[in-house]
Design a protein around this ligand. Structure first.
Ligand SMILES: *[C@@H]1O[C@H](CO)[C@@H](O)[C@H](O)[C@H]1NC(C)=O
Ligand SMILES: *[C@@H]1O[C@H](CO)[C@@H](O)[C@H](O)[C@H]1NC(C)=O
Length: 178
């Protein structure tokens, strides 16, 4: 089950990530990026991710959402790998339990974002967004369990929330003309 989910995610990521050919955004695209990023808790991180992954100088909200989606899918997959490594290294039982909780939460997020990716591919943007309505709670649960331990995972949790916000903000604006 787990490995099937992993490979499905990889396939989606491959489909969604177009080989990066950096272009500078035109004025309309810059405005759209500003709009999306102003709805997130880390404007600079958001702008850096979108800027780095633009493959044409003109990107509508559909194209920006696609970037947000492949970014979050890759980030969750990477974080799952990180958590599993940390679990393997951990000798303390209580710490392993905490990591197992984070592992489960990120696993659920991956499944929900994969579902969102299928809805995106079908052009069903409303269902796409409803797939991730409650998704931040998995990050919050991991943060609470973790407390002040494992700063690398703390940092990953903070960034994961920004990436979720980006996808949500951009997805909502698909079809808007500005
Ligand atoms: C786990 O241990 C290996 C080998 O010591 C180390 O390279 C790796 O960074 C550790 N991973 C984590 C997440 O702590
Ligand atoms: C998505 O945006 C809506 C409207 O701004 C907000 O109510 C909701 O909490 C956001 N969802 C996530 C997962 O950030």
């Amino acid at each position: 089950m787990k490995s099937r989910l992993c490979c499905l995610a990889s396939i989606i990521v491959i489909f969604l990530s177009i080989p990066g050919r950096a272009s500078s955004a035109d004025l309309g695209t810059q405005t759209r990026i500003e709009h999306v990023c102003s709805e997130t808790s880390d404007y600079k991180l958001c702008q850096a991710v979108l800027g780095k992954n633009l493959y044409t100088s003109i990107a509508d909200f559909d194209a920006l959402t696609q970037i947000c989606l492949s970014n979050i899918l890759m980030y969750i997959s990477d974080t799952l790998t990180f958590i599993k490594d940390a679990e393997r290294n951990e000798t303390n039982t209580r710490q392993r339990e905490i990591l197992a909780d984070c592992d489960e939460g990120y696993g659920s997020m991956l499944t929900q974002f994969e579902n969102a990716a299928f809805k995106f591919a079908k052009g069903d943007y409303k269902s796409m967004l409803s797939e991730i309505v409650d998704i931040k709670r998995y990050v919050t649960q991991c943060e609470t369990a973790l407390g002040n331990k494992l700063s690398e995972l703390q940092k990953r949790n903070v960034d994961a929330k920004v990436f979720i916000e980006m996808f949500n903000a951009s997805g909502k604006l698909i079809g808007h003309q500005f």
